[in-house]
Write a protein that binds this ligand. Structure first.
Ligand code: ARG
Ligand code: ZN
Length: 878
C-alpha cells in the first residue's frame, strides 16, 4: 500500500478545462463537473480506460460527450470511478452530491463557523468531484457558485469574477474564471457571511491589484497587519527575485477551523485565522511575526508552487522547501537577520533533528509514503529550506538569482521535479551540484567532528573535518554529503583573522569564508596564521548538521563574548549552557550536590551590559536550551532530571545576575504597548525575559509585579509573559489571573488558545488533572484543530516533564485522544502521535509504557491510514 517514487507514470488522460457548478447547501451540495479531456500523448500505455479519483461522493449521473452512461460502462468503488472505452478526446460530465456539514476531516469542502470553505492540497479535490487528482494534470477552471443570498452573501473562487446576480427562491450566483492553468489541489471556494478589508497594490510594472482580506465582521479590525504584510511581501518579491504578482485580485480568507497553517490556492488563499488576525491587545509579538511569515509564504507560492508546480507529491519540497527559504529571507529583511536565523536554527536543531533520528525519518524528497499528509513535515519544509539556502550559500546571491530566473524561464506553467530545480541552478552558475543532490536523497542528520592543529613555527593552522551520518529506516549506509561550512578564526582579542588557504594567493581579503566539505575526512590548511586562533565554525548555521568541536568551556565563553557572527555568538552561549545543564543532570541523577558555574553568568552579564548588542538578541541569549532539546542530547533522556536541572540553573542565574536583570528590566520598561516594530518588540522581549528570571527569586515583589502586569497591561505579549510566569506558581495570584483572563477573553477563540496552552504547560503537580478537566471546559472543542493543538499538543509536546510522568498516565491520555480524534479528523490525530514515536529515547520502563500505548492504537479497527502509517513505523523493529 506504499507508493514509491520510481513508480511515477504520466497521467493517461489530461484535462484541458473544467467547468464546475456548485449548488451550495450545508447538508447536500450538488456538484456538476464538466471536464474537457484528452489522451495524454506522453502516457505509455495505450489503453482506453479512464480512472478518476473520488472519495465519499454520491454519484448521480455521468455523461460522456452528452450521452448518459449506463451502469455497465463504468464502475465505482470507495476511491475511484473507472470508465471503459473512452475516445481520444471527449467531454465528461458528472453530478455528485457531497455533505459539507458532515465533513469533520476538514479536507475537501467543509463548513467553518457556518461558512463554506475548501482545503484541497494534497488530495482533497477528490472529495468534491471525480477528477484525476494529481498535480501534473493542469487545467483552466470556470466555477459557478449558487447559494442562498441571505445566509451566504459572499461567494468566492479562484481568478476573476465574471458574472453574478440573483436567482429564484432567494438564491444568487457568482461565476469565477481562472485564466491560469492549475492542478486541482489549488482549487478553492468560499461561501458565507464575511466582511472584507480592501486595499490595492501597484506592481513594479504599474498594474493595480485589488487586495482583500475576508474575515468575520467582528474581526475586521484585526486584519490590518495581514494586509500590510501582504503588500510588503509583494514588494519584496519584486525587489529580491524580480517576481511580480500576476493577478487582478488577490484574496485572503480567515477560517477558524483549519488543519494546517494556510493554503496558497491561486488568487484565493485560505488561512487558519491564527495567521491572519492580530491586534496588540489580543496577539503576541510572535503572532505578528508568524503572520508576516505565513502571509509571505503563501504569497511566494504564487511563483514557487503555482506558476511552477510539482510533478508528484514526492517533489513536495520543490515548492515547500524553496518557499520556506523565501519566507525566511523575507522575514529576515522585515525584522533582524540574526534573530530570524536563530529561530530557523532552533526548529532544525530541535524538532527536525529529532524527526531525522526517529521512526519517520525521510529524505527531503521522500522515496515512498503511505499517506502523503504525513509528509508535510519539518524535513520537507524546514530542512528543505536549508537545502535551498545551502545552494544559495554555495552559489552566492547573484548566481542563485540567475538560477531562479532560469528555473522560471524553463518551467513556467509546468509540473516539475526537484531535479529540474537543481539543474537550473547548476546550468545558471556552472557549479557542479552532483554530490550536493544527496541532500534530497539521504535522510538523517550528518555529524561533523572537528580536529584542530596549530603549528606555531610554520604559522599554519589546520582544521580537519570528519563527517558521518547515522542510519535511518531503509538507509543503513550513507555517502558523504557536500557540506558548506562557513568559518572564521578569532585572534586573542576576538577579532576575525585574515583567511588564506594553503596554495591560494593572498589576493582577496577575507575574514569569513565557506569551506566545501565533500569527503568523509578532509583537512583545510590556513597559512600565515600569526597566533593560535579560536575557530568560529558553521557560522550562520551554514548547514543542517551537528558540528562537534572539543572546545574548552573558556573558548565557548570567549566566542559568546566576541564572535562577530551573531548567530555563532548566540550559539556559543547555548552550547555552554547545554554542557553545564548536562553536568547538572548527571549530578542530580547521581545524587551529588549541584554546583554553580560562573562562566555562564559572566557571559550573560557581559552580553546584557554590552551597549552594541541588539535587545532582541540579548533576549535570545537569555533563553536556555529547552527541555526537549536537552533530552535529545542525552543517550537516555531523563525528563525529570532535565526539568529540575534547568530550573535550578535558572534560579542560580537569577540570584547571580539579580542586579543586571533588574537594571535591564527597568531600562526597557517603556515599550509602547501599541507598537510592534522591531525595536519595541526587542524591548518587550528583553524586559520580560529579565522579569521571568527575577520572579524566581524569593521576593514577593516580583510576583506582585507579574500579577499587575497580567491584569493591567494592554498588550498581549506583556499579559502572557506575566501569566506564563504565574502559571508555574502555586499562588492565589495564579488562580485569580487565570480566571480573570478567561472572563475577559472568552469570546475570542484565538486568545483562549493561549489560555489553554499556558495551563497545559505549567510545571505544577496538578497540571495533568487540570488538562483533563479542561477537556470538559466550555471553551474547549475537540473538533477544532487549534483548540486541540493548544491544549493536547501543548501538554504532550510542550510539557515533557508532565507528559513523561513516571506512572505513564501522560501516554495513556495521549493515546485516548488520538483514538478519539482519529474517528473524525485523521490528519490532526496523526500529528499528535509524534511524541509517542520517540519511545526509543527513554528508559526501559517508559519505553515499555509508550510502546504499549502505540500497540493499543495500532490494534484499533478502522484506524485511519494517517495514524496507521505512523504507529506502524514507530513500532517497526529497525
Ligand atoms: N501548501 C500549504 C502550505 O505550505 C500546506 C497545505 C498542507 N495541507 C495539508 N492538509 N497537508 O502553506
Ligand atoms: Zn507552503
Amino acid at each position: 500500500k506504499a507508493l514509491r517514487l520510481e513508480d511515477y507514470r504520466p497521467a493517461s488522460y489530461l484535462v484541458d478545462s473544467v467547468d464546475l457548478r456548485f449548488e451550495l447547501d450545508p447538508a447536500a451540495t450538488l456538484v456538476r463537473a464538466t471536464l474537457a479531456m484528452r489522451r495524454n500523448p506522453e502516457a505509455d500505455a495505450k489503453e482506453d480506460q479512464l480512472i478518476l479519483n473520488g472519495k465519499h461522493l454520491d454519484l448521480r449521473s455521468i455523461r460522456l460527450d452528452e450521452r448518459e452512461l449506463d451502469t455497465d460502462h463504468f464502475q465505482v468503488d470507495d476511491e475511484h470511478l473507472v470508465i471503459e472505452g473512452v475516445p481520444q478526446a471527449f467531454t465528461l460530465e458528472t453530478e455528485v452530491i457531497i455533505h459539507p456539514e458532515k465533513n469533520t476531516a476538514l479536507e475537501g469542502l467543509y463548513l467553518s463557523g457556518g461558512n463554506f470553505c475548501t482545503q484541497c492540497e494534497p488530495e482533497g479535490f477528490r472529495r468534491i468531484t471525480y477528477f484525476p487528482d494529481r498535480p501534473d494534470v493542469m487545467a483552466t477552471y470556470r466555477v459557478t457558485l449558487v447559494a442562498q443570498r441571505e445566509q451566504f452573501p459572499v461567494l468566492l473562487s479562484n481568478g476573476n469574477l465574471v458574472a453574478h446576480g440573483d436567482l429564484d427562491a432567494g438564491r444568487h450566483f457568482a461565476e469565477w474564471e481562472d485564466p491560469f492553468r492549475k492542478p486541482s489541489y489549488l482549487f478553492a471556494l468560499v461561501g458565507g457571511k464575511l466582511s472584507c478589508l480592501e486595499d490595492s497594490y501597484t506592481t513594479a510594472s504599474g498594474r493595480s491589484i485589488t487586495l482583500q482580506v475576508y474575515a468575520d465582521a467582528r474581526h475586521l479590525g484585526q486584519c490590518a497587519h495581514a494586509m500590510k504584510s501582504l503588500k510588503q511581501a509583494m514588494r519584496w518579491d519584486e525587489q529580491r527575485f524580480g517576481l511580480e504578482c500576476d493577478l487582478n485580485q488577490y484574496m485572503i480568507v480567515a477560517a477558524d477551523d483549519f488543519n494546517m497553517g494556510a493554503m496558497e490556492n491561486k488568487g484565493l488563499n485560505i488561512f487558519n485565522s491564527k495567521y491572519v488576525l492580530a491586534a496588540s491587545e489580543t496577539a503576541t509579538d510572535a503572532d505578528f511575526q508568524n503572520i508576516t511569515s505565513v502571509i509571505g509564504h503563501e504569497y511566494f507560492h504564487n511563483w514557487t508552487g503555482n506558476r511552477v508546480t510539482c510533478r508528484d507529491w514526492f517533489q513536495l519540497s520543490l515548492k515547500e522547501g524553496l518557499t520556506v527559504f523565501r519566507d525566511q529571507e523575507f522575514s529576515a529583511d522585515m525584522t533582524a537577520r540574526p534573530i530570524q536565523r536563530i529561530s530557523d536554527a532552533r526548529i532544525i536543531r530541535g524538532p527536525q533533528f529529532a524527526e531525522d533520528a526517529g521512526p519517520m525519518a525521510h529524505p527531503v524528497r521522500p522515496r515512498s509514503y503511505v499517506e502523503i499528509n504525513n509528509f508535510y513535515t519539518l524535513t520537507v519544509y524546514n530542512k528543505g529550506a536549508e537545502v535551498s539556502r545551502m545552494i544559495h550559500t554555495l552559489l552566492g546571491e547573484k548566481a542563485f538569482r540567475g538560477g531562479m530566473d532560469l528555473y522560471f524561464q524553463r518551467h513556467d506553467g509546468q509540473a516539475v521535479t526537484t531535479e529540474d530545480f537543481v539543474r537550473a541552478m547548476e546550468d545558471a552558475s556552472g557549479i557542479d551540484l552532483s554530490q550536493f543532490r544527496l541532500w534530497y536523497e539521504q535522510a538523517g542528520t550528518p555529524e561533523v567532528q572537528v580536529e584542530r592543529h596549530y603549528d606555531a613555527e610554520q604559522k599554519r593552522y589546520c582544521l580537519t573535518f570528519t563527517q558521518s551520518c547515522p542510519p535511518t529506516p531503509g538507509q543503513p549506509r550513507k555517502e558523504p554529503f557536500h557540506i558548506p561550512i562557513a568559518v572564521g578564526l578569532l585572534d586573542r582579542k576576538g577579532r576575525s583573522m585574515h583567511l588564506q588557504l594553503e596554495g591560494e594567493s593572498r589576493a582577496k581579503e577575507t575574514r569569513d569564508r565557506v569551506l566545501s566539505l565533500t569527503r568523509t575526512r578532509q583537512t583545510f590548511e590556513f597559512v600565515d596564521v600569526k597566533q593560535e586562533p579560536v575557530p568560529s565554525l558553521l557560522r550562520g548555521f551554514s548547514a543542517p548538521v551537528k558540528m562537534k568541536c572539543d572546545y574548552a568551556d573558556e573558548e565557548l565563553a570567549f566566542l559568546a563574548g566576541h564572535d562577530e557572527d551573531e548567530f555563532n555568538r548566540w550559539d556559543a552561549g547555548q552550547q555552554l549552557a547545554v554542557r553545564i545543564l548536562l553536568r547538572l543532570v548527571d549530578d542530580l541523577r547521581e545524587g551529588r550536590p549541584l554546583h554553580a558555574d560562573n562562566r555562564l553568568s559572566d557571559a550573560l552579564r557581559d552580553t546584557l551590559e554590552n551597549p552594541h548588542l541588539d535587545r532582541a538578541f540579548k533576549a535570545q541569549c537569555l533563553i536556555l536550551p529547552d527541555e526537549n532539546y536537552l533530552a535529545d542530547q542525552m543517550d537516555v533522556a531523563d525528563p525529570s532530571a532535565i526539568h529540575h536541572a534547568r530550573q535550578w540553573l535558572r534560579e542560580h542565574l537569577a540570584a547571580d545576575l539579580r542586579k543586571t536583570f533588574l537594571n535591564t528590566w527597568q531600562d526597557n520598561l517603556e515599550a509602547d504597548p501599541k507598537q510592534v516594530d522591531a525595536a519595541t518588540v526587542g524591548r518587550r522581549s528583553l524586559k520580560n525575559a529579565c522579569l521571568s528570571y527575577l520572579s524566581l527569586l524569593d521576593e514577593e515583589i516580583f510576583i506582585e509585579l507579574c500579577a499587575n502586569q497580567a491584569q493591567l497591561a494592554h498588550n498581549m505579549t506583556d499579559v502572557l509573559a506575566a501569566l506564563g510566569i504565574l502559571t508555574h506558581r502555586d499562588s492565589p495570584q495564579r488562580e485569580e489571573q487565570i480566571a480573570a483572563f478567561y472572563r475577559q477573553w472568552k469570546s475570542e477563540p484565538l486568545v483562549i488558545d493561549k489560555w489553554l496552552s499556558l495551563q497545559a504547560q505549567s510545571s505544577l503537580p496538578q497540571t495533568p488533572e487540570i488538562v483533563e478537566s479542561l477537556l470538559q471546559h466550555e471553551a474547549f472543542n475537540i473538533k477544532n484543530p487549534n483548540r486541540v493543538r493548544a491544549l493536547i499538543g501543548a501538554f504532550c509536546q510542550g510539557n515533557p516533564y508532565h507528559f513523561h510522568a513516571e506512572d505513564g498516565r501522560g501516554y495513556a491520555f495521549l493515546a485516548d485522544r488520538i483514538l478519539e480524534i482519529d474517528s473524525f479528523n485523521p490528519q490532526v490525530a496523526a500529528r499528535l502521535t509524534t511524541p509517542l514515536g520517540r519511545w526509543r529515547r527513554y528508559d526501559p520502563k517508559r519505553q515499555q509504557m509508550m510502546k504499549a500505548q502505540l500497540e493499543r492504537i495500532a490494534a484499533r479497527e478502522d484506524l485511519s491510514r494517517d495514524v496507521g502509517e505512523i504507529v506502524e513505523k514507530s513500532l517497526a523493529s529497525s
